[in-house]
Design a binder for this molecule. Structure first.
Ligand code: FER
Length: 280
């Protein structure tokens, strides 16, 4: 599928990034102070009802990672200034409760635990803080979640655990780790069955959510995400794959030559931005 690529453009109508401070709790109920970066589009006004995209960093990252490592801010500024889509808010949280310790090899089980626990934080602490502070639609129809790498893993867990809160999903260069690390590739059958059954048993149908997945042909996550998406395509009662962004609820874009980096992966957010919240 052809991908419309973002290039840096000077824009006068630039959004602003604010720091939202909020409190979450650890396993013992002890309060933990955290922050998320909140991108407010140019012309943001109280009293409107903005959709919100939650965009999650990768393993070892933090709420600044997307903004520091990619041109996501300019990509959003350009998209809104040129009216590719209606302006939406983008929230960049951190999924760790404490600064991550990652020396050498990735501890897949530890990482899995962090992104799984973050689902509860989203529901209990972060989403209420965002909806309480900003002019949002405050409804699943106007709420999306996406992320890079472990942030993509986070996105699949949001599909499983928080489907009542989100209707739009952008898993980028990350597969579903319900059945352990790299499970979308290693345990494809079980993973897809679970994704299907979890949504179906809660009563959700194909019209109730949309998945915009993406990665690069040289991305280390491509061999794990691709088999999962390919298998999902067969579950046509729930997942309706389409090359066209105007149809279906499952989309997949593999960017030719792109490795596992924010610098490349943000292009998927730009590519999908026109259809995320403005249904064609
Ligand atoms: C993948 C999903 C996530 C993957 C790697 C990650 C190798 C995360 C890696 C990290 O946190 O360093 O499919 O494939």
């Amino acid at each position: 599928m052809g991908m419309e690529l973002h290039q840096y453009h000077d824009v006068n109508r630039r959004g602003t990034v604010e720091r939202l401070e909020y409190t979450t709790r650890d396993g013992d109920g002890k309060a933990i102070a955290k922050y998320a970066n909140v991108y407010l589009p140019f012309g943001y006004e109280d009293g409107k009802d903005y959709s919100v995209l939650y965009l999650i960093h990768g393993g070892g990252g933090n709420p600044d990672a997307w903004l520091d490592c990619s041109m996501i801010k300019n990509a959003l500024d350009v998209s809104f200034a040129t009216e590719r889509c209606r302006p939406f808010i983008t929230v960049f949280p951190g999924f760790y409760r404490h600064d991550p310790v990652r020396n050498g090899r990735v501890d897949e089980e530890a990482e899995r635990g962090h992104v799984l626990r973050f689902q509860e934080e989203l529901r209990r602490d972060l989403i209420p803080a965002v909806d309480g502070c900003y002019a949002t639609r405050a409804a699943r129809e106007g709420r999306g979640i996406g992320g890079f790498s472990m942030g993509g893993v986070t996105t699949w867990f949001a599909f499983l655990e928080n489907l009542d809160l989100f209707s739009v999903f952008l898993p980028l260069s990350g597969d579903c780790w319900q059945f352990g690390g790299l499970g979308g590739g290693k345990e494809t059958e079980k993973t897809v069955r679970y994704l299907h059954d979890r949504a179906a048993e809660q009563g959700y149908g194909s019209g109730d959510f949309r998945i915009f997945a993406g990665t690069g042909s040289e991305d280390i996550a491509c061999p794990n995400l691709t088999p999962q998406i390919e298998r999902m395509k067969q579950e046509t009662d729930l997942f309706q794959f389409s090359e066209s962004l105007e149809e279906g609820n499952l989309h997949y874009t593999v960017m030719e030559g792109a490795p596992h980096t924010y610098e490349k992966v943000y292009q998927h957010v730009y590519h999908y931005a026109p259809v995320l919240f403005d249904r064609p």
